[in-house]
Design a protein around this ligand. Structure first.
Ligand code: ZN
Length: 240
């Protein structure tokens, strides 16, 4: 059994198709989506459709939530806000109904999934450092939990204390807890512009980080053609 676990697609269809093709090639048997299907990039409706077709567990992200409202209830930065306004017009009523009905957290087999944090999932806090991770671990009752939101791939491990480790090939050891960020498919912000996702090899007890090249120029062209802010196209190639 192999799970392809991915987050923060952000309406980047080219990146989403590329990671799904890689997952298939790698023999993934199950799929998990950690939210933020929409926002920033040019194919929100198509990304929602693609994920719905997978019929897999999905949790709601902050952009999914805001895209379903008539106007934003939270302070988003100007770039995100302009993309959200545009996104609201692209999504069908059915898309919005489906997105707004998604749960904030879920347990799948022996692991948990959430977009932002387990301590206050509806507050959309960011887990960047060990201290942030400590709060979330308090509410983590499974060995593994996968999350997104920061667009920065990496893992926090709780043993005696909490430490941050690189993902690559992470062997899951008994007695420890793992809070794993799969990185972002559609808008990585860790300096690597390739689409990020993870494969959880259940029998081997290994979480593997994948970084996949995709048609980045194609995604950029669509952003500009849609009239979305140019900066959203430019940041893709910087991985920021
Ligand atoms: Zn996001």
């Amino acid at each position: 059994m192999r799970f392809a676990i991915f987050s923060d697609l952000h309406a980047n269809l080219e990146a989403t198709e590329a990671i799904l093709a890689d997952a298939q090639e790698k023999g993934c048997t199950h799929y998990i989506c950690l939210g933020d299907l929409v926002g920033y990039n040019a194919n929100p409706h198509e990304c929602v459709e693609l994920v719905r077709q997978l019929e897999c567990p999905v949790v709601r992200g902050n952009h999914d939530e805001q895209a379903c409202l008539a106007t934003s209830s939270r302070d988003f930065n100007d770039l995100a806000e302009r993309a959200l306004d545009w996104t609201r017009k692209q999504l069908t009523e059915e898309d919005k109904q489906w997105l707004s009905g998604l749960p904030l957290t879920r347990q799948v087999r022996d692991f948990t999934i959430v977009h932002a944090t387990l301590d206050t999932p509806a507050e959309w806090g960011y887990v960047f450092n060990n201290l942030d991770a400590v709060a979330s671990f308090t509410y983590q009752h499974t060995t593994l939990c996968f999350f997104g939101h920061t667009h920065v791939a990496g893992a926090f491990v709780r043993d005696d204390g909490v430490k941050k480790v690189k993902l690559e090939q992470l062997a899951i050891e008994p007695g420890k807890k793992y809070f794993i960020n799969t990185g972002s498919v559609g808008q990585p912000r860790d300096g690597d512009p390739r689409a990020a996702y993870c494969i959880y090899h259940v029998e081997r007890g290994v979480v593997e980080q994948r970084r996949i090249k995709y048609d980045l120029a194609g995604a950029q062209r669509k952003i500009i053609a849609a009239g979305l802010p140019r900066l959203l196209a430019e940041r893709l190639e910087l991985g920021r």
